[in-house]
Design a protein around this ligand. Structure first.
Ligand code: AP5
Length: 212
């Protein structure tokens, strides 16, 4: 199963991606995580992505499609994957579709996490993430040890208020049209209410996957 997760910044794609990947027994691939790891390791990819990410702008489409090509040409995705935040523009949706078709594969399900803007802003302003495994935490102080891997919790630069405002703008302008693109062509997105506890949201998501 290739399951694609869509939704605004802070909707819980990372949190749900992890839980769903575990339930479905497939890996989670998040372009945001790949880019942040590259940034941390100071690679060419990280240096190229840094200024876009810090501002909350999108990294160019060809960079993202290059990352996805590498992932789908490797064994890592042979049983499928949960794709978190991987498609954010119509050219990315098209490019991913073409690339998967060449490999005899395709996106099986698209899931859209839906939540009000003010809840997103509140979530992002109280988030820290592990600098090693990237797990997101709620209401934990920066500098605390990550209970999953022993890394250190940090604030993301793009969780500063100005970058958050820009990310929401970018989502509305460039990513929202992707929803319609999938409605017209491949799989109509399963709309999941993203408030309530993370476990409640996972339950709704799994139920929606079974029903469709
Ligand atoms: P990325 O890291 O993907 O950021 P994002 O899409 O803005 O999403 P977030 O990670 O902020 O939020 P999320 O929906 O995963 O929520 P989370 O689970 O953390 O991308 C970062 C940047 O990389 C982009 O801005 C761009 O520059 C670049 N990039 C990445 N992919 C790209 C692409 N395809 N094209 C171009 N550029 C790309 O949850 C948020 C918080 O809420 C956490 O604290 C969490 O603990 C909490 N929470 C989660 N669920 C719940 C719940 N049910 N109740 C209460 N709290 C909850």
């Amino acid at each position: 199963m290739i399951l694609l997760l869509l939704g605004p910044p802070g909707a819980g794609k990372g949190t749900q991606g992890e839980l769903l990947a575990k339930e479905l027994g497939i890996p989670k691939i998040a372009t945001g995580d790949v880019l942040r790891a590259a940034l941390r390791d100071g690679t060419k990819l990280g240096k190229e992505a840094k200024s876009y990410m810090d501002r909350g702008d999108l990294v160019p489409d060809d960079v993202i499609l290059g990352i996805m090509r590498e992932k789908f040409e490797s064994d890592e995705t042979k049983d499928g994957a949960v794709l978190d935040g991987v498609v954010r523009t119509v050219p990315q949706a098209h490019g991913l579709g073409v690339m998967l078709a060449k490999l005899g594969r395709g996106v099986d399900k698209v899931m859209l996490f839906d939540i009000d803007d003010e809840k997103l802003v509140a979530r992002l302003s109280s988030r820290t993430v592990c600098d090693k495994c990237q797990h997101p935490f709620k209401d934990r102080e920066p500098g605390t040890k990550c209970e999953k891997c022993g890394g250190t919790l940090v604030r993301r630069k793009d969780d500063e208020p100005e970058a958050v405002r820009n990310r929401l703008r970018v989502y509305k302008d460039q990513t929202a049209p992707v929803i319609e693109w999938y409605e017209d062509r491949e799989a109509a997105p399963l709309k999941i209410k993203a408030d309530g506890s993370p476990e409640e949201v996972t339950e709704r998501a799994l139920r929606a996957l079974k029903e469709k």
